[in-house]
Design a protein around this ligand. Sequence first.
Ligand SMILES: [Zn+2]
Length: 103
Amino acid sequence: MAGNIAIVQCVCPKRHCILALAADLRTVRPIRAIKILQNSVRTMVASGMMNPHCGLCNASISEWGYEVGGTRFETLQEAEPVLRAAEEAQLRSAAYLKNFSNN
Ligand SMILES: [Zn+2]
């Protein structure tokens, strides 16, 4: 059963997550949450904060897609510790893969 909190992801064609955000569907519609994430990605790429290619498979920004998925969480407060832990694991994986690819 899905809760009120959705995960909005920007993914490459191989489904590597480029960027994601959590959205409370009681206060924002899914299409609006996608627009917010699209604008964030475009702004970060335009400012040089983000690489316009997937860090794992090199797919370009023109190939990236956006999707909304449900979670079991009812509130952002409930979701935050789990999402932070997932973010930390993603950062560790990315650092490992970057180090691995440099050797
Ligand atoms: Zn990729």
